[in-house]
Write a protein that binds this ligand. Structure first.
Ligand SMILES: [Zn+2]
Length: 234
C-alpha cells in the first residue's frame, strides 16, 4: 500500500509507505546538526516546522490572552512558563491537523512531552515518530570551537573562519558557544531533554541515528531517510 503523506501542506519529495506519519519530533543536543536535518525533514516529507518563538510573537501581535500572558515574561526577560508554551503549541497543532508537522526544540522536558501527548490525544492525534540525533560528545565539542559569529553583521559560520565571508570583519566564537555557556546548555540538555527520548522510547516511537565520526550532513540525512522507511515498515 502506498499512501499520500498528507494533504494541502508542504510538498513532499518522498512519500512514505504503509503508514501515514504526520507529527515528527526531532531531538538532539546543541551543535548536533539539528538545524540542517530539520530543513531536510521539512523538505523531504513536506512538514511544517514549529517555531515556538515565532508563534509566541504572533500571539503577542494578535493580542490574544495567551500572547498577553507570554509578553509579561518576555518583557521581563524570563522563560515563558510551560502552561503558556504548551497552550500555544496545542493551538497550532489543532490548526494544522491535516498537515505534517515537525516539532524541533519542543518538547524540551518530560513535563512538556506529557502535556503534548495529552493535548494531542484530545485532538485525536499523537506524536508519530521521534528522530533522535545521537552525536558523540567529542564531536559536539569540536564543532562548538569551529562555530563563529560576525560581531558586525551577525553572519554565522561552521568551519572556524577567521574573517567574515560577508563583510570581512574578524569572527568571534558565538557567545552561546563559549565553554561556560556550552556546559550549562549541555547540562540542561542531559538532565531535561534526554529523558524526553526515554519517554518516547517507552512508546516505541524513537528512531535513533548515531553519529560517532565527523562526516557530511547529507550522509546523516540519507541515514535518517532510510531509518524512517524502516520504521514505517515495522
Ligand atoms: Zn560580517
Amino acid at each position: 500500500m502506498r499512501v499520500e503523506l498528507h494533504r494541502g501542506c508542504g510538498s513532499a519529495t518522498e512519500t512514505i509507505n504503509m503508514k501515514t506519519l504526520k507529527r515528527f519530533v526531532l531531538v538532539g543536543a546543541p551543535a548536533s546538526g539539528k538545524g540542517t536535518q530539520s530543513s531536510f525533514l521539512s523538505e523531504t516529507y513536506g512538514l511544517k516546522p514549529l517555531s515556538t518563538g515565532a508563534l509566541l510573537r504572533a500571539e503577542i501581535a494578535a493580542g490574544s490572552q495567551l500572547g498577553m500572558e507570554a509578553k509579561k515574561y518576555m518583557d521581563a526577560a524570563m522563560f515563558v512558563p510551560d502552561e503558556v508554551v504548551n497552550g500555544i503549541v496545542a493551538k497550532w497543532l489543532g490548526e494544522n491537523k491535516d498537515c505534517g508537522c515537525l516539532l524541533d526544540g519542543y518538547p524540551r522536558t518530560v513535563a512538556q512531552a506529557e502535556t503534548l501527548d495529552a493535548n494531542l490525544t484530545q485532538l485525536g492525534m499523537e506524536v508519530d515518530i521521534v528522530i533522535y540525533l545521537n552525536v558523540a560528545l567529542e564531536l559536539i565539542q569540536a564543532r562548538m570551537l569551529k562555530r563563529k559569529a560576525c560581531p558586525k553583521c551577525g553572519e554565522t559560520t561552521r568551519n572556524g573562519e577567521e574573517t567574515c565571508p560577508k563583510c570581512g570583519a574578524a569572527m568571534i566564537v558565538r557567545t552561546d558557544d563559549n565553554p561556560e555557556a556550552f556546559a550549562k546548555r549541555w547540562k540542561d540538555y542531559e538532565s531535561l531533554t534526554q529523558p524526553v527520548i526515554e519517554h518516547y522510547r517507552a512508546q516505541g516511537k524513537v528512531v535513533q541515528i548515531d553519529v560517532v565520526e565527523e562526516g557530511e550532513p547529507e550522509e546523516v540525512s540519507a541515514r535518517i531517510a532510510a531509518a524512517v522507511r524502516t520504521y514505517c515498515e515495522k
